[in-house]
Structures are given as structure tokens and as C-alpha cells.
Ligand binder design. Sequence first.
Ligand SMILES: Nc1ncnc2c1ncn2[C@@H]1O[C@H](COP(=O)(O)OP(=O)(O)OP(=O)(O)O)[C@@H](O)[C@H]1O
Ligand SMILES: [Mg+2]
Length: 272
Amino acid sequence: MANPASGRKSNVVRPSAAYFRSKQRDEGGPTSKPIIVMEEVYKYFRRDVPTLRNVNLTVERGEFVFVTGPSGSGKSTLLQLIYRQHTVDGGRILFSGRDISRLTDASIPFLRRNLGIVFQDFKVVPHWTAYENIAISLEILGTTPRLLRSRVADALERVGLAGRGSERTETLSGGEQQRVAIARAIVTEPALLLADEPTGNLDPQLAIDILTLFEEIHDAGTTVIFATHDHSLLQSAPHRLVVIDEGRLIEASQGLRAWSARMQSLGNSHAS
Ligand SMILES: Nc1ncnc2c1ncn2[C@@H]1O[C@H](COP(=O)(O)OP(=O)(O)OP(=O)(O)O)[C@@H](O)[C@H]1O
Ligand SMILES: [Mg+2]
């Protein structure tokens, strides 16, 4: 069950049907738990070498977390496990206290409606208008037409595209298309926003603008996990930083400098 009538800045996970029902209430409800807990997570795409190995990560509600690391290290895989494009081969992932690997296929939509996702290549439908690309997220939830219109208009405004809803998305610039994709991700007011290299196709100034937009969304109460290997972005914003290197997660609590030193030492020793 979605509750599209909830306020725009609501930080509440909308308990949705079977997903958040029952036990959670006895334990204080889903909002009292970290939004993500990964415990000893392993993912194997090849039998011999795990893509993710023994990953432990807790993300509290309201955090902004950068995930970085070399190409092929497992950043996208980590996010894909959270939105259950793939399932873990070892360990478990709790979303608001619930083990997502135990969700039946039928309940995966209930997970996804509490997640917004933004990709590097926007994944907007080019011949649809901006409005249509955003509205689809709400149509899936069965939102009434009147509420849908106001929510889409609101989302367009939040991403700086007020009044641009009728434009076909393919006629928009890359930065604008990514804003449409972000609006589509946040129009349902997800508790958690995942971003997988959302600035990878944008020039540096636009990348900063898009990061700023994510920060505004975060300031309004949404938890954000933002994967990027763009050092200038990591340097521009003092958020928690976790590094994935060869499938292992390293908490770079001292920030980018500590991570750089760590990466250098890994490179020097060629540790595996
Ligand atoms: N669906 C899949 N099937 C097989 N192997 C996969 C699959 N997805 C990812 N991998 C492998 O897992 C490893 C990690 O990939 P992943 O896409 O998570 O890396 P990444 O850190 O996001 O890299 P990039 O910075 O280039 O986006 C790679 O070796 C990749 O080939
Ligand atoms: Mg990736």
C-alpha cells in the first residue's frame, strides 16, 4: 500500500502490505532500524572469485554515503543486491530490519517502492515527455490522477524543471534528462535513494550540479547511497565514504585522504 498523500518532506518508510507488516510493529516498527544492514555478504558471478566478499555495511536512516572504488570492484553489484536485481550468495541484507532475500517475487515491488534508483545512462524513455517519464512511477502504484499531477509537478520543481513537463525527453540536454530520472526516482518519496554513477555521462560542472541536487534531496530527509569513482565529487562533499576494492568493503572513515593512502598501499603490495 502506498501512501501518496504523505507530506513531501516525509521521511517515513511507508509500510507496504506484507512487506512491513507483522513482526516489525512488535519490534518498534521499520523506521527504528538502520535502513540497510549488510552482514557478511558474498556475491559470486564466477565460481572461483567472489565479486563481493564478506561485505559488512550499516547505513542509518538519514545518511549520505559515497561508495567508490576502481572499475570492476563491485560498486554496481552492491547496489544491485540492495534493490534485489541479484540475490546474495552468502550473508544477508536487511532493509529496515527485514531480510530482503526472504522476500517472495510477489513482494519485491514492495521493496522497490521504498527505493528510488538513478543510473548513469538515465534510462528515461526518450519519446515520452518528462511528465510521462516521472508519472510512470506513480501510475504503477495506482495513484489517483489528481494527486499524480500535483506530485509530478512537485517533483519537476524539486529537480529544477518546473514547467518543463510537456517537453519530450529526447529534446532535453543530458543534465536535464538526468534530472528527469531523478524526479522519477523521488516522486514516490522513497526512504532510500540509490545512485549508480549518476554523473558518469555528464561534464564536470553538471556533475557537481547533480550532486548538489542529491544533497538537497538528502537534506529533505531521504537516505542516499551514491556510487561514483569521480574524485572531484568525492572531494567536493564531506560525506561518509566507503570503498570497494576487489570485492572487499573498506570504511574510509578518515575521508578521501585515508582512502587514497590505502589504495596506494594496496597498489604497492598488490594485495588481493
Ligand atoms: N550480471 C553479471 N554477470 C556476471 N558478472 C558480473 C555481473 N555483474 C557484474 N559482474 C562482474 O562483477 C564485477 C564487478 O562488477 P560491477 O559492475 O559491480 O563493478 P563496478 O565497481 O560497478 O565497476 P564500474 O566502475 O566499471 O561501474 C566485474 O568483474 C563484473 O564483470
Ligand atoms: Mg558500476
